[in-house]
Design a protein around this ligand. Structure first.
Ligand code: ATP
Ligand SMILES: Nc1ccn([C@H]2C[C@H](O)[C@@H](COP(=O)(O)O)O2)c(=O)n1
Length: 231
């Protein structure tokens, strides 16, 4: 039944390391196509934030799994007058889940197999007509292995650190470029080397190095692949 469902609803997966531009490109693409959007990293971030709020230790995998399976979260799409909202247990958290401590915690939580399994069906449920653009680390390899278009974005660690530094400053967070670069490298290592669903391109993914490309250039490249497949 699951297989039938996935072949009926087109999914474009966008995977890659932190700061490669997945979220930016996925959001622009979903808007352009009028499709749904899944920012799967937000689910790991929400699990990390919920663990912090409820004082659940990283070593307590059973309770982390329960937290992930029962996340009380609402995603409210942006309107013309209001930005998108993420509400966890009644509180707006779209800013809180982007803080650097939650980024690091999310990467640790995401290495836990039980947590990944608890979030799997929740992610697949986002695949609704007319289609879904999903971004993350294992969208093309594990969550939507039959997606008709899989993109893997990458960029040098230095470029990604520079982007994250700018992004944090613009959002009013204090930031240190050397620390960000160190954190990005640590996160890459953990995301790529973990046993469960490690970050890697799917065999049939199209790999785009965004280090020297503008956002518009990346979108244009991806849209050419969308059109080539008649999606
Ligand atoms: N090609 C690009 N050129 C310049 N800046 C970019 C490019 N792509 C993304 N950015 C900027 O880099 C920052 C990080 O991008 P984004 O959040 O999309 O990355 P990400 O891969 O989704 O990261 P994460 O996985 O950590 O959420 C944003 O401020 C975004 O505007
Ligand atoms: N499908 C996914 C999505 C995210 N993660 C991990 C990777 C990061 O360490 C963390 C937060 O993700 P981000 O918001 O930075 O994209 O969650 C993952 O393992 N699998």
């Amino acid at each position: 039944m699951t297989d039938m469902f996935f072949t009926k609803v087109p999914v474009i997966t966008i995977d890659g390391p932190s700061g490669s531009g997945k979220g930016t490109i996925a959001s622009l693409l979903a808007n352009q196509l009028g499709w749904h959007l899944l920012d799967s990293g937000s689910l790991y971030r929400l699990t990390a934030l919920a663990a912090q709020i409820h004082g659940v230790d990283l070593a307590d995998e059973d309770n982390l799994k329960v937290l992930a399976a029962h996340l009380d979260v609402q995603f409210v799409a942006a309107t013309e007058s209001e930005p998108a909202k993420i509400i966890l247990e009644g509180e707006r958290v779209e800013r809180a889940i982007r803080a650097e401590d939650i980024s690091l915690l999310a990467s640790q939580v995401a290495a836990i197999t039980q947590v990944r399994q608890a979030l799997l069906e929740r992610q697949r449920a986002f695949a609704e007509a007319p289609g879904l653009v999903s971004d993350g680390r294992d969208m093309g390899t594990v969550v939507f292995p039959k997606a008709p278009l899989k993109i893997y974005l990458t960029a040098s660690a230095e470029v990604r650190a520079e982007r994250r530094f700018k992004q944090l400053k613009e959002s009013g967070f204090s930031a240190n470029i050397d620390q960000i670069l160190e954190d990005i490298c640590a996160r890459d290592e953990r995301d790529m080397k973990r046993v469960s669903a490690p970050l890697k391109p799917a065999e049939d993914a199209i790999i785009i190095d965004t280090s020297r490309l503008t956002v518009t250039e990346v979108v244009t490249k991806v849209m050419a692949e969308v059109e080539a497949r008649g999606l």
